[in-house]
Design a binder for this molecule. Structure first.
Ligand code: NAD
Ligand code: UD1
Length: 342
């Protein structure tokens, strides 16, 4: 593995980006991190530095700012690949602020592609989401499943970005879209993890904050779905496993000699678990108190979705290392550490 390959990581101060930076460094790459800190601060960057012993190459700026990106590409180049995590990700907020979501999520992709083109950088790994499928007709869902009309502007931005990437790849880009299922957990060291600003929207940070006493109780959104225990079913994947897929995607692009590539992979474990199963597993594995009530369904939620991960298993030669139990233990360790250090 080359030690000098520079990877531009947008959104590298965020949850998945920071975990990926750790894996990139471990694999011998040099991450160049870009983030505007709109949905994060420098806490995870400090954790990554502590974990890896490396001083991070961090540039604060916006992916829609062409001058800023040009400066980074010019001064940090040559860049071998761009991993694009930077985006807004709150489904509910996207309904309130659709223009903001389209501007940020689609605008960032367009600007990045333009700047990459000007600097002859071809390789791009995109953070997509299983939300592009909506409620699929067939589960487990594979990559051939059609896109349903997106339930939210957030989902629409991921569909639009994928379409843009598919359209432009014929002009000399080599692109992989990774459709993440539900990332959870934290680094086993407890040094980095999920750090939502304000009240968490996602299940696991809400659970850990409730168990830590920051929230009064968890509401399970619905127990009358057509599932064995009535709660929604998801494919929960450890964030460390997800980070690892990005390194495998890079290796795949490096080996691939084609000039134009557009490839899509589901990134999930292939196992569906219900929200109530996860809640009960959290209580069993951590012993932490977790008051919860059953509430109404959350608008826009998909009843059940989990991945057919055959392509990522066979083509990228990736499979998950961690269990859901590991992920919950790690998430809890991270939450507890946060309170010790503040
Ligand atoms: P996050 O909010 O923790 O990280 C995103 C980072 O991008 C933040 O640090 C934010 O400050 C930065 N950012 C946002 N807009 C920017 C811009 N215009 N310029 C520069 N920086 C910007 O989110 P995450 O959970 O790490 O998600 C990373 C990616 O994965 C996103 O594209 C998200 O849509 C996608 N994704 C996440 C999940 C999930 O459940 N976490 C699931 C599927 C897909
Ligand atoms: C959603 C998006 C996904 C997006 C991700 C990022 C869909 C189908 N999926 O995932 O594309 O990338 O957000 O934020 O839109 N839950 C509770 N109580 C809570 C919180 C959640 O019961 O307090 C339940 C939800 O109803 C859901 C499950 O937990 O069934 C997971 O929710 P969440 O963590 O928000 O992720 P998704 O909605 O699956």
């Amino acid at each position: 593995m080359s030690t000098s390959k520079k990877i531009l990581v947008t959104g590298g101060a965020g949850y998945i980006g920071a975990h990926t930076v750790v894996e990139l460094i471990a694999a011998g790459y040099e991450p160049v991190i870009v983030d505007n800190l709109s949905a994060s601060d420098k806490t995870l960057l400090r954790g990554v530095q502590q974990l890896t012993g490396k001083t991070l190459n961090f540039h604060q700026g916006d992916c829609r700012d062409k001058n800023f990106l040009n400066f980074v590409f010019k001064t940090q180049g040559p860049i071998n690949c761009v991993m694009h995590f930077a985006a807004f990700k709150s489904v509910g907020e996207s309904v309130q602020k659709p223009l903001l979501y389209h501007h940020n999520n689609v605008g960032s992709v367009l600007t990045l592609l333009e700047v990459m083109s000007e600097h002859a950088v071809t390789d791009f790994v995109f953070s997509s989401s299983c939300t592009v499928y909506g409620q699929p007709d067939k589960i487990p869902v594979d990559e051939k499943a059609p896109f349903k009309r997106a339930e939210s502007p957030y989902g629409a931005t991921k569909q639009l970005c994928e379409r843009i990437l598919e359209d432009v790849h014929t002009t000399g880009f080599r692109i992989i879209s990774l459709r993440y299922f539900n990332p959870i957990g934290a680094h086993p060291s407890g040094l980095i993890g999920e750090l939502p600003i304000g009240i968490p929207n996602n299940l696991v940070p809400f659970i850990t904050q409730t168990a830590a006493g920051l929230r009064k109780k968890l509401t399970v959104f619905g127990n009358n779905y057509n599932t064995p225990d009535g709660s929604c079913i998801r494919d929960f994947i450890h964030v460390g496993d997800l980070a690892d897929v990005h390194v495998k995607a890079l290796a795949y692009l490096e080996k691939d000699t084609r000039k134009n590539v557009y490839d899509v992979f589901n990134v999930g474990t292939g196992k569906g678990a219900s929200v109530l199963e996860l809640v009960n597993l959290f209580i069993r594995t951590t012993g932490a108190p977790l008051p919860f009530v059953i509430g109404p369904r959350r608008p826009g939620d998909v009843e059940k979705v989990y991945a057919d991960p055959t392509r990522v298993n066979t083509v990228l030669r990736w499979s998950s290392r961690y269990s859901m139990e590991d992920a919950l233990k790690h998430a809890w360790a991270w939450e507890q550490k946060l309170h010790k250090s503040h």
